[in-house]
Design a protein around this ligand. Structure first.
Ligand code: PEP
Ligand code: MN
Length: 463
């Protein structure tokens, strides 16, 4: 094979030499510089050992030996940094994992869209609110949803760091204190799930898991390992000023990060310590632009959104730029075509990747949310649960046909009983949307709708 030309030099600021999409119009450069200066002095939010451990888990996913569950809000608000909302999202992700582990008989890797999912790409710089044209809400990290808070305030970048830190701190505390203890799945409570059929199905699975655990305990198998789980954090890496300030040149863990090791150092790498995993959104994946430039230099596992506007040739160019050494698990392709388009587009994307040097190297993850957004005649942003379900079902079927492995799912969900997506076993219709619609961005699955999707995946793999 011909040797590849040396990669262009990279540093955490080299993205600034490239064109960029979705860059916010900061009006106060001194305030921005002060905020970025402060962020650069604050400690990392996550540790390289954790980042490398996640990459090792994702290698297992790419090779078909584990499954990736990623979920959380579309736009996390600073206000969600409270015990109740954090716990209910954690519990929902854990309940879904129980269903998946039971159905697939594989380990589940969990990543929250949490502790940093504060920045939103927007299709227009302004939006109409109550008949008035306002600067668009770009997420709590830049401006506020309230009419009087729409100007960009660079101090919010620092606030975002502190809210991420507080959220992550509570996630770590709750997990360390046994919120995830698999011996007690029935204590997790089904919250708002009222549907008797769903409840029975979940309880049956939970008690069969308990029986198995009792047996394992009796024979003293792997003590300790079953009491807790890992939960990693993620967000869209949209604001490169923020991501750059948290990117640090740090010692590379000597092992695969699963344990501290006294072995000699293997050198240093750049880690984006704002989260374990960050992804490039559908609007910012231009190969010669700033986001791809930034992402190509960090050691974290990363995601790329792939949709109807991704040419097949771009896909391989992106993989070769972002993962030239074909490191398995480094890249997650997050596919989001829409139920009507997935059948036509996914097979050609799978073939391009699986027929190349990236075979069994990427994690294929289905995001059945972002290709299925619609507006009701009265202008409410929603999604039909039926479309979401169909895109996931189609994606599972296509991967099976192509001989590839659907390794994960990426969902917008909340532990609260929201009424934002139409349908599901409760049969929510347009009139129900106003009952409890609280999203400031895209519509999320409620607990019941999210569990239904977990059952779909579990049933598919249990067959
Ligand atoms: C998102 O994940 O919230 C998002 C904006 O997705 P996409 O980039 O796929 O449109
Ligand atoms: Mn979204």
């Amino acid at each position: 094979m011909a040797s590849s030309p040396p990669a262009e030099a990279w540093d955490p600021a080299s993205w600034r030499t490239k064109p960029i999409k979705q860059s916010p119009p900061y009006a106060e450069p001194e305030k921005l510089a002060a905020a970025v200066g402060e962020l650069s002095r604050l400690p990392p939010l996550v540790h390289p050992n954790e980042i490398i451990a996640l990459k090792a888990h994702l290698r297992d996913v790419a090779q078909g030996n584990a499954f990736l569950l990623q979920g959380g809000d579309c736009a996390e608000l600073f206000d969600y940094c409270q015990q109740g909302p954090i716990e209910s999202k954690l519990k929902l992700l854990l309940q879904m994992s129980v269903v998946l582990i039971w159905g697939m008989n594989k380990r589940v890797v969990r990543i929250g869209r949490m502790a940093g999912q504060y920045a939103k790409p927007r299709s227009s710089p302004t939006e109409m609110v109550d008949g008035k044209e306002l600067p668009s809400f770009r997420g709590d990290i830049l401006n506020g949803y309230r009419v009087e808070d729409r100007d960009i305030d660079p101090n919010r970048l620092v606030k975002a760091y502190h809210h991420s830190a507080a959220t992550l701190n509570y996630i770590r505390a709750a997990v360390a204190s046994g919120i995830a203890d698999l011996h007690r799945p029935l204590d997790w409570g089904l919250g708002h799930v009222r549907d008797p059929a769903l409840k029975t199905k979940y309880s049956d699975i939970a008690s069969s898991i308990q029986q198995t655990l009792r047996f394992l305990q009796t024979i003293n198998a792997r003590p300790g390992e079953l009491e807790s789980v890992e939960l990693f954090t993620s967000h869209e890496g949209l604001l490169l000023e923020y991501e750059q300030a948290l990117t640090r040149l740090l010692e590379k863990p000597a092992t695969d990060g699963r344990a501290y090791s006294p072995a000699p150092s293997e050198g240093k790498e750049y880690y984006d310590t704002s989260a374990h995993f960050i992804w490039i959104g559908d609007r910012t994946r231009q190969i010669d632009h700033g986001h791809v430039e930034f992402f190509r230099g960090i050691a974290n596992p990363i995601g790329i959104k792939v949709g109807p506007t991704t040419p097949t040739s771009d896909l391989l160019a992106l993989l070769r730029t972002l993962n030239p050494s074909c490191e398995p698990g480094k890249i997650t392709l997050i596919t989001r075509y829409g139920a009507a388009k997935v059948g036509h587009l996914l097979p050609q994307h799978i073939r391009a990747v699986e027929d190349s040097e990236y075979r069994r190297c990427v994690v294929w993850q289905c995001d059945p949310m972002h290709g299925n957004t619609l507006s009701t005649p009265t202008g409410i942003k929603t999604r039909r649960f039926g479309d979401i379900y169909r895109e996931l079902q189609e994606t599972l079927r296509i991967h099976k046909n192509e001989g590839s492995y659907l390794g994960g799912v990426h969902l917008e969900l909340t532990g609260d009983a929201v009424t934002e997506c139409l349908g599901g076993s409760e049969g929510l219709d347009e009139d129900d949307l106003s009952t409890n619609y609280t999203s400031f961005c895209d519509p999320r699955l409620n607990e019941k709708q999210a569990l239904e999707l977990a059952f779909l995946i579990a049933d598919h793999f249990a067959q």
